[in-house]
Structures are given as C-alpha cells and as structure tokens.
Design a binder for this molecule. Structure first.
Ligand code: 5CA
Length: 437
C-alpha cells in the first residue's frame, strides 16, 4: 500500500483516555478507533494484524484436527434456558428482543448453540471424537471495559468445542488443544504459560488459563523458568499419539505455574530460587473440560455399541483473538512504538522515501515496492524524513527500507531491523533477500 493513499490515521499526541502502552500505541498507530465504550472499529492496518493472528490460530486448530464452522452472533434465549444459564449469566449478557417480542441475545460464548447443532446432526458413536471451532465476535457487557481491545465489550474469540464418548477421550482432546495453544502462541511471538484456573461461569472441573507476561497484566503469576525454554515448533510431540500427549502433559505438570488465586506458597518454596519467575500476566486463552454439563440438559446422546445411550463429554477452548493484538504489543514495544513480530505485522516492511521527487529515490522505492507487493507499506508522502522515521518506528514494521539520495545515487539502501535497531547499507537485491528470506 502507498501511505499517501491509505487510511492509516497516526496520531502524534498520546490519547488521554489510554492508560496502557498497547492501547496508546493502537490508537497512535491508527490500528483501531473506539466507536462506543469497549467497542472498536478495526482500520486497515489493525485489520491486517487481526487477520494474521486469526490465520495462525486457524492453522494450528486445523492441524490439531478441529474443523472450522461459523455460528451466528445472535442467539435465541430458549437455547440458554435449556442449559439453565439464561438467568444466571447476569448483566454481562446483552439481551435483545425481535419484532415478535422473542428473547434473543448477542452471544458471549457458544456452548449451548454448538451442542444443539451437534446433537441435531450426529448419528453414531462411530463419529466421535470431534472438535468444532469458529472465530466470531462475542459481546459481554463488561462493567469496566478498559485497556482498549484488551478488555472490550465486543471482541473476537476463537472458541472450539470437543465431543468425546468418555472422560478418557475428553482428556486426550484437552491435551491436544493445550499442545496446539503452545504452538499458536509461540508463532505469535509470545511466551504463554498454562496455569491451573477457576472455571467461572463456563463450569466444569479441569481448566487452564494461558498467560502472557506484561507489567500491566491483571493478575500476579508465578511459574518456573523451564516453560520459557521450550521451543514448541521443534518439540517432538505428535498430537495424534496419546503416548506423546501423555509425555507432553507430564512435562507441563512437572513445572510449577499458578496465578495468585491458586498460588501455593509451600509448593513455590520447593522451586529452586534461580528457577522462579513472577510478574503480572494477561490471559490470552482459557480451556475447560466440563463433562456432560451441556450435553445432558441439551439432550445430546448417542446409542453406544452395547445399545445403551452415551452422553458425550465436552470441553471448550477459547483464545482472545482481538485481545492478542493488544497483548502482543504489551509484550513487544519500546519508547518509539510497536515492534511487531514478523508473523503478525500488518506489513513486513515499510519503504521510506526520504526525497520524494528525486528520480533515483523514486525509482528505487518503486522497484522495492513492486518486488514486495502486498508485504510493504510505501511511505511516498511528501514529508520530512524525521516524520517518516517516527511513523515507521511507531507502526512497528519488522523491516524498514530507507531510501535517501546519497545511497540511491549508488544503488544502495539502508535496511533497518526494528527489533534490534540495527541499520546496514545494502544493495536493493540484498535488502529484498533479507526481507523475503
Ligand atoms: N467458552 C469458553 C471457552 S471457548 C470461554 O468463553 N472462555 S473465556 O471466557 O475464558 O474467554 C476466552 C478468551 O476470550 C479469554 O481467555 C480472553 O483471552 C478472551 N476474552 C474474554 N473476555 C474478553 C474481553 N472482554 N475482551 C477481550 N477478550 C476477552
């Protein structure tokens, strides 16, 4: 994209309403705009980030064997009356009425709906196990929406729902999902640590939160350094092999990790001091096993091999897709702005033309822009260099291709790596090879 013709409304001033770095930077870099309390519009650069995050989440869900669906945002209250959650959910639920005075709601989550859909289609115990997920907007009328997209009222969530014939099957589904989460968060450039959690209104008796460290996180967390050392893309755990999943679980449970609600000071004292890590954490995912809590009231059952009915065991698995955009910035920024991990950056590179109108500068910029295609944001505005440097740092492109008249005369550009600040003078071909390599 050419910046001169793009809607990327950056701000020089720090918006007064933003209390934390990610909120400030998302507004300043022109990623989102608030349209009502806790409700955000995603602008071109922000939407690219959101889509990149969603795509990584999707790829890892698919790799774990889950199938993508898309359920509606609006749900019938009757569904929730059936599970018994309609009254209990309280004021967080946005309740609506249609023209026939029927009670509807804007979904805060989809356990009821998926259970009904699955029950209406599944015919035999032979079809198990299954896991269905979608990436869809949710609404929760939070008392105190704050920190921008981090605690919104409308937010994008990936929610997956597993169906198994028994507890043992459900545990395998749960472990598979946990492994998929470790890979997902690593691909997003994050170190997320699973911690035993309370189940809250989703219910059930086995639950983990996935926590990313950031000073502005909402809970205090304690964990062992070993979690940070594991490279999940290289770790040899086959998600189709129950023995591997068992080994994976043993590894995860061998290390201490807890939020302040579940913190056990006696156990913590047993962790060698050099291994102890603590700080504030942001919850980016939450998984639950809840047995037959929904399948039973929603009348999901199949006839088993012995002719007896089986009530399937379920779990649900959430990732805060829109929250992640904020969490990634919390974990990766500096004074000057955002430092996007390559995998989620709206553009891999910014091209900075320091002298628009200079034939050599223009020609080189056009050449780089053409070669990078959709991967680049070309700053072709007729502005001074200082403003372009500041905006590129603010927007956080992993690479900056800086094209000034002196270098351009010799066919050279400067290539800056945002994360390290390192700048090198290279040929156009070398710059392209680095960015695309
Ligand atoms: N049905 C279950 C799992 S699918 C569920 O709703 N779990 S949850 O309540 O824990 O939400 C899942 C994830 O959504 C959270 O881990 C968090 O990352 C994100 N999330 C929850 N509330 C908000 C909010 N108000 N704003 C942004 N993200 C949120």
């Amino acid at each position: 994209m050419r910046l001169s013709r793009s809607f990327v409304p950056t701000l020089k001033e720090t918006p007064a309403e933003a209390q934390i770095a990610s909120h400030r930077l998302m507004l300043r870099a022109g990623l989102v705009r608030q349209t009502a309390a806790g409700i955000y519009a995603w602008l071109p650069a922000g939407l690219r980030v959101l889509q990149n995050i969603a795509q990584i989440v999707r790829e890892e869900q698919d790799a774990s064997g889950a199938q993508e669906v898309l359920m509606p945002t609006i749900q019938s209250a009757d569904l929730w009356r059936q599970s018994g959650r309609y009254d209990g959910y309280g004021e967080e639920m946005l309740r609506l009425k249609d023209r026939h005075k029927r009670d509807l709601l804007y979904g805060p989550t989809n356990e009821e709906m998926i259970t009904e859909i699955f029950a209406s289609g599944v015919k035999s115990y032979r079809e198990f196990p299954q896991n269905l997920y979608h990436i869809q907007w949710k609404f929760r009328d939070e008392v105190r929406p704050r920190f921008g997209v981090m605690r919104g009222r409308e937010f994008l969530m990936k929610d997956a729902y597993s169906f198994d014939l028994d507890y043992e099957g459900a545990v395998i589904a749960y472990r598979k999902m946990m492994l998929a989460y470790m890979r997902t968060f690593q691909r997003l450039g994050l170190k997320a640590i699973p911690m035993v959690a309370d189940t809250g209104p989703i219910g059930g008796d086995l639950s983990h939160e996935f926590i990313v460290l950031a000073p502005t996180g909402e809970s205090q967390v304690y964990f062992e350094g070993g979690f940070e050392a594991i490279d999940w893309m290289k770790a040899d755990f086959d998600n189709q092999n129950p023995a591997d999943l068992e080994r994976f679980t043993t590894l995860m449970t061998s290390m201490y990790a807890a939020t302040d609600e579940k913190h056990d000071t006696a156990k913590w004292a047993e962790v060698p001091e050099s291994n102890r890590r603590e700080g504030r954490g942001i919850e980016v995912g939450h998984i639950f096993y809840f047995g037959t809590k929904y399948s039973e009231p929603m009348k999901l059952s199949v006839i088993g091999p012995d002719g007896k009915p089986i009530i399937p065991h379920m779990g649900s698995y959430g990732i805060g897709v829109s929250r992640l955009a904020g969490a990634i910035i919390e974990a990766s920024h500096d004074e000057a702005g955002i430092i996007w991990p390559d995998s989620v950056a709206p553009w891999k590179a910014g091209i900075l033309n320091l002298k628009v109108g200079d034939a050599k500068c223009d020609a080189i910029c056009e050449e780089v822009y053409k070669a990078l295609g959709g991967n680049a944001l070309y700053d072709d505005r007729n502005e001074r260099a200082g403003g372009k440097f500041a905006d590129a740092d603010l927007m956080g492109h992993p690479w900056q291709v800086i094209v000034g008249p002196r270098g351009a005369a010799n066919g050279m550009v400067e290539l800056k790596r945002r994360a390290t600040g390192e700048r090198v003078e290279v040929s156009v071909a070398d710059a392209l090879a680095k960015i695309l390599g």
